[in-house]
Design a protein around this ligand. Structure first.
Ligand SMILES: C[S@@+](CC[C@H](N)C(=O)[O-])C[C@H]1O[C@@H](n2cnc3c(N)ncnc32)[C@H](O)[C@@H]1O
Length: 219
């Protein structure tokens, strides 16, 4: 899979690409990530990419030309271009699973006051990571890339994510590690029993209980 990220702040991705699971996925060739500075596509003096809004108002608005030129430079026949936008459809694990089946996705990061409205005619989808406003689309692009990459075959073992929250409509079951007792809080006895069938049943029940308590809307 290839992910191209269009941004004005390429260095924000340095840590993201150079640590842990994402780094290993890149090294193993399971994903290719290109960080593209769309300022380079501006033909204006000083590579200007934004301007004041028509009609007045606060802040700067990203111009269409450099963004569209950057999108067109990477778009292929099977590309899906997604605009990072708080007005977009809310991102979910289901959407991550859908994106993980694509060959090539492009994530477009806004900044400042946002985009010239006409940019919407040049993208395929708009994605929001939640009902709050960030300073730019870089964190949403990282969140989306991370959640997609961990689903790609070979990135992490399938069994270690098969019970993750949202994978089967439930939250994950409770997990514990050593020590057996921490400040008076004990590990449930069943997990120490060695009876794998009973442990499995307990985990199923606990996942349902947790989901009912915390996220009834999922049931
Ligand atoms: C300060 S925001 C602009 C918000 C815009 N004025 C609005 O209210 O819709 C700048 C950029 O950050 C990104 N962004 C901010 N919050 C986001 C969110 N919740 N989901 C996805 N992208 C977001 C978008 O790319 C957006 O264009």
């Amino acid at each position: 899979m290839q992910i191209d990220i269009l941004t004005l702040f390429p260095h924000m991705f340095d840590g993201f690409l150079e640590e842990s699971i994402i780094k290993r996925a890149i090294e193993k060739g399971l994903v290719k990530i290109n960080i593209i500075d769309f300022r380079e596509f501006s033909t204006l003096n000083n590579h200007q990419v934004d301007d004041t809004p028509y009609g007045g108002g606060a802040g700067m608005v990203l111009r269409c030309e450099p963004l569209v030129a950057a999108i067109e430079s990477v778009r292929k026949e099977d590309t899906l271009v997604c605009l990072m936008c708080p007005q977009g459809k809310k991102y979910t694990e289901k959407k991550a699973m859908d994106l993980a089946t694509k060959k090539h996705i492009v994530l477009v990061c806004g900044h400042y006051e946002g985009f010239d409205e006409r940019i919407r005619s040049f993208v395929d989808e708009e994605i929001s990571i939640g009902d709050y406003i960030l300073t730019g689309g870089e964190i949403p692009a990282m969140a989306i890339s991370d959640s997609v990459i961990r689903l790609l075959p070979g990135v992490i073992r399938e069994e270690s994510r098969s019970f993750d929250s949202f994978m089967n409509g439930l939250l994950d079951y409770p997990t514990y590690t050593k020590p057996r007792e921490f400040r008076g809080l004990e590990v449930p006895e069943i997990l120490l029993s060695g009876d794998h069938k009973k442990i499995e049943e307990w985990r199923e029940k606990e996942a349902e209980k947790k989901t009912k308590e915390k996220r009834k809307d999922l049931l």
